[in-house]
Design a protein around this ligand. Sequence first.
Ligand code: HAS
Length: 553
Amino acid sequence: MLTTPTYELTKSEKSFISQHLLFAFIALAIGSLFGPLQAFEFSGVDFYPLLEPVIQSYYQGLTLHGVLNALIFTTFFITGFLTLTTIYGLKRPLKYPLLNRIGFWTMVVGLLMAAVPILLNEASVLYTFYPPLQANVFFYFGLTLVVVGSWIEGYGFIFTWREWRKENPGVRTPLMTFGGLITMVMWQLATLGIAVEILTMLIPWALGLIDGADPQLARTYFWFTGHPLVYFWLLPAYVSWYAMLPKQAGGKLFSDSLARIAFWLFLLLSVPLGFHHQFVDPGVPAGWKYIHAILTYAVFFPSMITAFTVIASLERAGRKRGGKGWLGWIPKLPWNDPSVSAQLLAGILFFFGGIGGITNASYNINLVIHNTAWVSGHFHLTVASASALSFMGISYWLVPYLRGRRLWSRKWAQIQTWLWFVGMLIFSNAMHVLGLLGAPRRTPLGEAPYVPDEWSGHLLRTSIGGAILFVSAYMFVFNIARTWWSKKLLAGPDEEVEIPVAESVHPAQETPAKLDWWTPWLIGTVALILVAYGPQLIEQIGNIDLSSPGFRP
Ligand code: HAS
């Protein structure tokens, strides 16, 4: 039986959140079409010529794959999901619903504005849009609006929380809301990098107001945002792993305090380490690279806390369900719930992604793997699994809840999560091995004359893994679409979908008040960013050299 709902979202709130998810799933459906094209191309099966003149190049397809999946699917899903965790966690409507609607439609306009030049092959600059690759100015305008729209939605969450805070002095912020707020505050700080890059360099350059761009400074601006971008993708999955999954597994969160410490450490450490993407950049002094490498090792820590705390919570749940021995609790977890299996499998894949991340972070080893297929293997285990597979798992209860309809097929959902897991193991392992053998990333290897025989088996595995992932992605899209417009409404209390809210073993109110106190953490975060980036930004801006002309692939 359901526990008494503490707050029932209104129809209009459910519809607003649904609009976010609709755009997210459309982006995923289109973006996922290009995944297998790249993967099959690796085995010499090149479908791109068949798509001409609509899609004119491998790089246009790769840009669509990266922008739609890594930027649009994630941003729309995350802002929709965090709207829910704000409203449901605080048990109150948004303070300024119109503000959040403005934010949402700003993102939509930005999406459409960026999509047109990409589809016209006027912005095949990949999701990192590094100059001197130059896109049509509307691509930059569009991305700017997507970011500004997410800022506005984030402020809407913060204003809602502040009003709740005034009315509930001394009460701990509900964990699902707390994690969402950390995510959006970190995002507001992190996106300052690309805001400065686009507004002060790329748009004037694309408009012809300045002769050229400064690729080195542009990369520094980009990676100021680029690494915390990954935690913008990851933390909403962590909100579910901490604040919902323990309940779905039939247990409780092992420690509310540890969860909050992990989120605070992500606020503190997400931004000041972007030079670990620039270990080979000539314009960044080695000393600063070392400092960012050390900070990268530090940001590893909150994820290790998460691994410990979430698995401890799952172990308690598994033992409550009769699990015995060291590992007997694992099969006792509710693997038959596709929302749970998706998130457990996402977590297992993320272990491998995390180990790869710490490998990337080591300055000398990075010189071996940088710009190789290894990195693509890494981020398919992280954003495409830890985040994307978790978002699919969340959708398996969230879409039925929002739409008041039964999930079309639990069986399909079950199979989909395991197909993603198996396909990703094959795909990402092949990409990691190819990277170690020297295969470059962002390169149509199928037609490359330099491909040695020793790569062929791994290129084939990449294609096989990619095909399995494509089937899994479209099983998800089809299942969600059938649910979205299903005629089978949820009928009666036994069918109602509950928003999972995990209690913690020790009540959240016992968590030290300091772990709900923003000022010192915000001051520390800004201070660390200034220390880690200030001197280098001053030096690189002081030496700015806007002489690199743009070119289009
Ligand atoms: Fe990364 C490059 C370092 C995490 C995404 N990363 C990338 C790129 C992307 C990306 C997209 O230091 C390519 C960018 C480009 O286009 O050039 N990354 C790290 C490190 C971490 C890390 C140290 N990355 C992520 C996450 C991402 C992401 C998260 C997306 C969501 N990454 C790098 C570096 C590069 C890089 C360099 C540059 C490489 C180069 O040279 O270009 C850490 O945050 C990782 C910590 C993670 C762990 C794992 C903890 C495990 C957990 C699972 C628990 C299990 C559960 C389930 C709950 C320590 C939490 C259990 C199941 C049961 C059955 C019990």
